[in-house]
Design a protein around this ligand. Structure first.
Ligand SMILES: C[S@@+](CC[C@H](N)C(=O)[O-])C[C@H]1O[C@@H](n2cnc3c(N)ncnc32)[C@H](O)[C@@H]1O
Length: 299
């Protein structure tokens, strides 16, 4: 276990199995309402089976060259949520450090309870309790766009990557590779997002389940139909086609993520590339595949 460079405020033992190291340091680059919303979300969607983790994980990690790591390599997962990507990495790294500032970290304690090599930390991206240049792989998937100053948070995350190490991030795309028609449909849904994300938690969950059934499923059906008739390429142009091979649990979860989260930002490929360079990363490589954009940089 690596040494912390900040004093732990407390250690919480979950179900007599997992220690969660809690760091309560102040962070003014954190949206408290968003963090609490995620705490709620991940307490509800706290289980992912191994097959689903591997299948979706293979999509996110398609640009990572795992042959660069060995049994001594260490990984850090910033904004881990339930810890599903730490679970994915645990088959490749003997030590994975998973951190999240919300109560989702206790859901992660449950999902990772039988994996001793996953170490849990309750802290935010600006308060990573390790020395700079520590990790061979740092990941932050679907996190930094929920932080007010994304660049500042990315700088903090990238600092923890070893010289020669890699940093994999996933940021919501600005639909820069989509048609005008696609953008219109998408941005009209943002009108609803504005109100839904401000609703009380119980109502938000009900509305997002409703959206999963009456919006996501019909679009998924349409994309499957188009794929069947016109082929894969055309089916992929239909909004939400990404979910055509995902379970209903993932669809409900992502509906809540998309419509229920108060703060989200979107970035184009160009903007992300600039941000990665500014964070001290080079050899930036984007995946051509969904989810857009996931990208890796070297340090
Ligand atoms: C969409 S979830 C992604 C969780 C996980 N990476 C995954 O893909 O399953 C975003 C996560 O970012 C966390 N988060 C929000 N603000 C953060 C911050 N300032 N620092 C670190 N994590 C943060 C939330 O608590 C939440 O668990």
């Amino acid at each position: 276990m690596l040494k912390f460079n900040i004093k732990t405020d407390k250690v919480v033992k979950v179900d007599n199995k997992k220690d969660v190291h809690v760091f309560n340091s102040e962070d003014d680059n954190l949206d408290q309402v968003t963090v609490e919303s995620f705490g709620e979300e991940w307490s509800k969607f706290n289980y992912f089976d191994e097959e689903e983790i591997n299948n979706i994980g293979n999509e996110y990690f398609d640009i990572v060259d795992f042959s660069k790591f060995d049994e001594h390599s260490t990984a850090l997962d910033v904004g881990c949520g339930t810890g599903r990507w730490s679970v994915y990495l645990s088959s490749k790294f003997s030590n994975v450090y998973a951190m999240d500032p919300s109560k989702a970290i206790y859901a992660a304690a449950n999902l990772t309870k039988d994996i001793p090599g996953i170490h849990l930390i309750k802290a935010s991206a600006e308060n990573i309790p390790f020395e700079d240049d520590t990790f061979d792989l740092v990941i932050s998937l679907g996190v930094l766009h929920h932080i007010p100053d994304t660049q500042k948070a990315l700088n903090s995350v990238a600092k923890k990557v070893n010289k020669g190490g890699q940093c994999l991030i996933y940021l919501y795309y600005a639909l820069d590779n989509r048609s005008f028609f696609y953008k219109m449909i998408f941005y009209s849904s943002s009108f609803f997002r504005f109100f839904i994300s401000k609703s009380p938690s119980f109502l938000k969950k009900i509305i997002c389940d409703f959206i999963a059934i009456f919006v996501y499923l019909p679009f998924i059906f349409l994309s499957k139909l188009v794929k069947f008739i016109l082929g894969e390429k055309w089916g992929d142009k239909i909004p939400l086609s990404y979910y055509s091979n995902k379970s209903f649990n993932v669809i409900r979860n992502d509906s809540l993520d998309r419509f229920g989260t108060p703060l989200e930002q979107r970035f184009s490929k160009k903007q992300i590339e600039k941000m990665m360079h500014e964070a001290g990363l080079h050899d930036i490589k984007f995946s051509d595949n969904q989810p857009y954009w996931h990208v890796i940089g070297q340090k």
